[in-house]
Design a protein around this ligand. Structure first.
Ligand SMILES: *Cc1c(COP(=O)(O)O)cnc(C)c1O
Length: 388
C-alpha cells in the first residue's frame, strides 16, 4: 500500500497542500469567509449574476413547479421541459443548430472527447488546456499530442506529420490560468486545412466576450463553420451551474447516444435549468455589465503596471501576477487574506513548475473603490523580491 500520510506531508513541505475556506455568504465581492469579511478577487462570477434576484426568483418558481431532484438521467425520465427549452435557447444564443446540456463542464469535456475519439485517432491539445479536456483525451485512448501554448506553427507541424484516422484539435477559448485568448482564426484555418475537428472550450469567454456575450468565437467573427464543436460552461459568467456543447444535428445526436458522462448520470435539477434560462435573458442584455467589467480590468491593470509587478498579458477578467516560488505565492495570498482580500495562489500542477502565481479575477460587481483598496494592499505586500 502507498503511504498516503507521507505523501500528504511531502505536499505540505513543498507548499503544495490545498485546503478549503468556508464561505458564509453568497458569491459577491464582499464575502464572509472563515469568519472574516473579505473582498474576493477569485470568483468566476464575472458579471455578478450568481446572486441576482431575477435568477433566484426563477429558480424558486421552478422548484415550486417541478420540485428539486430530476430523478433520473436525461435518457430515462430526467429530461424536463426546462432542460429542453434551455438547450434550444443556448443553441440560438451561440448560433448553432443544436446544443446539449451536461451537469458540469468537467463532465462535458470528458464526455465529448471520449465519445468522438478512439484508439488510432489523435488529439492535439494546447499545453495550457484545462485538465478536463486532457482527461477526456486520456479516457478516449487516442494519441494525445500537446503543443506549446498558442503555437500555431508547432501545431501545424504535428498535424502535417500525423497519420491518425481522425484528428481533433482542442483549445480553451480563454485560458483559465493566464487569461489570454487562443488564436482562434488561425486554429480554425489550420483545422480546416488538415481536415481535423476543432473544439473550443469557452468556459471563460461565454457571457463576457463578443457581441452580446456570445463568447470568444464572436469576438473574432467566427461561427459553427469555423468551430464545429463549441463547449461552454454555465457556472462562471452565467452564475448558475452546468455546461453545454453546441454543434450540428449529427454531432449532438451522436453525443446523446455515446457520451458516457451524459448517459450515466442524473440530469441536473430542472430548477437549475430554469434559473439558467433567466440568466441567459440577462446575459444577452448585459452590455452595461460587460462595460463595467472592462473598466474594472483596465483600472486593475493600470494600477498593477504602476507597481511594477510581473503581470501576465491578458485583456480578460483573469489576471495573473507571477510569483514563481510556491511558498512565496502562498505567503502573499495569506498576507492579502489578513489584509481583507481573498486572492488565491495557484501552484503546480495547475500551472507549470516555477510559475506559482496569484490568480485574480475581476467582476462587473467590483466597485472602483474595492479595486483601489486591493492595489493599495498589493503595493504594501507584494515586494519586488516576489518577482521571479
Ligand atoms: C471551469 C472550467 C471547466 C469545468 O467546468 P465546471 O462546470 O466547473 O465543471 C472546464 N473548462 C474550463 C476551461 C474551465 O475553466
Amino acid at each position: 500500500m502507498k503511504n498516503l500520510a507521507q505523501r500528504l506531508d511531502e505536499r505540505r513541505r513543498q507548499s503544495l497542500y490545498r485546503f478549503r475556506r468556508i464561505a458564509d455568504s453568497p458569491q459577491q465581492p464582499l464575502m464572509r469567509i472563515d469568519g472574516r469579511e473579505v473582498i474576493g478577487f477569485c470568483s468566476n462570477d464575472y458579471l455578478g449574476l450568481a446572486n441576482h434576484p431575477d435568477i433566484i426568483a426563477a429558480f424558486k418558481r421552478a422548484a415550486d413547479a417541478f420540485g428539486v431532484g430530476s430523478g433520473a438521467a436525461h435518457l430515462i425520465n430526467g429530461h424536463s421541459r426546462y432542460h429542453h427549452q434551455l438547450e434550444e435557447a443556448l443553441a440560438e444564443f451561440v448560433g448553432y443548430p443544436r446544443a446539449l446540456l451536461f451537469s458540469t463542464g468537467y463532465m462535458a469535456n470528458v464526455g465529448i472527447v471520449q465519445a468522438l475519439l478512439e484508439p488510432g485517432d489523435a488529439v492535439f491539445a494546447d499545453r495550457l488546456d484545462h485538465a478536463s479536456l486532457l482527461d477526456g483525451a486520456l479516457l478516449s485512448r487516442a494519441r494525445l499530442q500537446r503543443y506549446p501554448h498558442g503555437d500555431v506553427t508547432a501545431l501545424e507541424a504535428k498535424l502535417a506529420a500525423s497519420r491518425a484516422a481522425d484528428r481533433l484539435v482542442m483549445t480553451d477559448g480563454v485560458f483559465s490560468m493566464d487569461g489570454d485568448i487562443a488564436p482562434l482564426p488561425a486554429l480554425a484555418a489550420l483545422a480546416r486545412r488538415h481536415d481535423a475537428w476543432l473544439m473550443v472550450d469557452d468556459a471563460h469567454g461565454i457571457g463576457v466576450l463578443g457581441e452580446g456575450g456570445r463568447g470568444s468565437l464572436s469576438r473574432f467573427g467566427l461561427g459553427q463553420g469555423d468551430v464545429p464543436i463549441l463547449m461552454a460552461t454555465l457556472g462562471k459568467a452565467f452564475g448558475v451551474a452546468g455546461a453545454f456543447v453546441a454543434g450540428d444535428e449529427t454531432l449532438i445526436e451522436y453525443l446523446i447516444q455515446s457520451a458516457r458522462s451524459y448517459i450515466y448520470t442524473t440530469a441536473m435539477p430542472p430548477a437549475i435549468a430554469a434559473a439558467t434560462l433567466a440568466s441567459l435573458d440577462i446575459v444577452r442584455r448585459a452590455d452595461d455589465r460587460r462595460q463595467r467589467l472592462r473598466e474594472n480590468i483596465a483600472a486593475f491593470r493600470a494600477g498593477v503596471a504602476a507597481l511594477n509587478l510581473p503581470l501576465l498579458d491578458s485583456e480578460t477578467a483573469i489576471q495573473g501576477i507571477v510569483v514563481g516560488d510556491n511558498a512565496a505565492a502562498t505567503r502573499l495570498s495569506e498576507a492579502l487574506f489578513d489584509a481583507g482580500f481573498l486572492v488565491t495562489a495557484i501552484r503546480p500542477p495547475t500551472v507549470p513548475e516555477g510559475t506559482a502565481r496569484l490568480r485574480l479575477t475581476l467582476s462587473a460587481a467590483h466597485t472602483a473603490e474595492q479595486i483601489e483598496r486591493l492595489l493599495d494592499a498589493l503595493a504594501r505586500l507584494a515586494s519586488p523580491t516576489d518577482a521571479p
